[in-house]
Ligand binder design. Structure first.
Ligand code: GTP
Ligand code: MG
Length: 319
């Protein structure tokens, strides 16, 4: 949601004083973003009492729904129309767009999993450029937020792709964030993303979603905690994607899953949590001179459907 925003500091909610509003403002500046919080997480992040958090989040939600004319329920047919009319972002590769049913749709989370060197990072760079294209050329005329947890963001690669798809000054429209640990990643996503999204960011990249969690939550006994934290982050990405009409692209590693009849299968890492949070799960691999992206799980594309591409010095292109 863009346009006019109401500062949290100006809210009038009975039982909630100025001091509380100030504390909340430090975490979330506008009522429109406050509406996305769960009361528990607001209470925790802003260090306020839970009953006040409940009152504030409810008031915010009421205000936002009234302002946007959002209803609580839609007829299935209405909802189908809303889904169909969503903007889509081109990957810059015709074969991949075709596979995805016309590009990458806003509100959805696209997960690209694969071994090293399968093109995940190259694709993310390319999307950070194509999002800047005008809608007539498949873009969203927007900016990108590139959350780089592995330190592999490359301005040169961006320039190279931009030269091919004809985007001028691509680096002016990419916000790069380089969180060093999970806490910083969460802080970035929860507290910093809204202002970037309000500044017309239409693509959120997280390359990769798993690296920091793996480094911090080691061993079996930490697995449950790790999964819970990943879930928390993905849930926020989902809320923002919906609220700000953005596309989300995340990258993931793969694990070898032994199968009884022979060659091990490569499946995306991260277990059920990432599986549930991603709308479309795609696996990338190298096949000789070309690369392949294959659908692992999607509500709209058959499993096993695939597209071929090549990686050149100008990015990903159709094979
Ligand atoms: P990890 O992050 O290590 O898991 O891998 P990734 O999937 O992110 O790999 P990435 O997207 O970095 O893809 C790397 C592949 O892209 C390399 O194996 C190269 O084949 C190719 N590539 C990267 N840069 C260039 C380039 O400038 N020219 C060409 N021709 N190919 C490149
Ligand atoms: Mg990479």
């Amino acid at each position: 949601m863009r346009g006019e925003h109401t500062p949290v500091k100006e809210m009038k909610v009975s039982g909630v004083g100025k001091l509380t509003l100030e504390k909340v403002s430090e975490v979330v500046e506008y009522v429109e973003d406050l509406a996305l919080f769960n009361p528990e997480e607001l209470a925790e992040r802003a260090e306020i009492e839970l009953d006040k958090a409940v009152a504030l989040v409810r008031a915010a939600r009421k205000l936002v729904k009234a302002k946007l004319g959002i209803r609580r329920a839609y007829k299935g047919s209405e909802y189908a129309r809303i889904l169909e009319s969503r903007d889509a972002l081109t990957s810059g590769v015709e074969t991949i767009d075709e596979l995805l049913g016309g590009g990458m749709f806003i509100w959805d989370i696209y997960e690209f999993a694969g071994e090293f060197g399968t093109g995940k990072t190259q694709l993310c760079h390319q999307l950070a450029v194509t999002v800047q294209l005008p809608p007539a050329l498949g873009g969203l005329a927007g900016k990108a937020v590139y959350i780089d947890t592995e330190g592999t963001f490359s301005p040169q690669r961006v320039e190279a792709v931009a030269g091919r798809v004809e985007v001028a000054k691509p680096l002016e429209n990419i916000y790069v964030v380089r969180p060093m640990n999970v806490d910083e990643l969460e802080e970035t996503v929860i507290e910093d993303l809204p202002s970037l999204l309000r500044d017309n960011a239409r693509l959120i990249v997280v390359d990769s979603i798993i690296a920091l969690y793996r480094a911090e939550f080691k061993g079996r006994e930490m697995l449950a905690a790790r999964q819970q934290r990943i879930n928390y982050l993905l849930d926020w990405l989902k809320r923002y994607a919906r609220h700000y009409n953005a596309v989300v692209a995340i990258t993931n590693q793969v694990l070898s899953q032994p199968v009884p009849w022979g060659v091990a299968m490569k499946i995306p890492a991260g277990g059920n949590i990432i599986a549930h949070a991603s709308t479309h799960r795609l696996v990338m691999r190298r096949a000789g001179d070309v690369w392949v992206v294959e659908v692992f799980d999607s509500p709209t594309i058959p499993r096993g459907a695939a597209a071929r591409f090549v990686i050149t010095e100008k990015g990903l292109e159709k094979a």
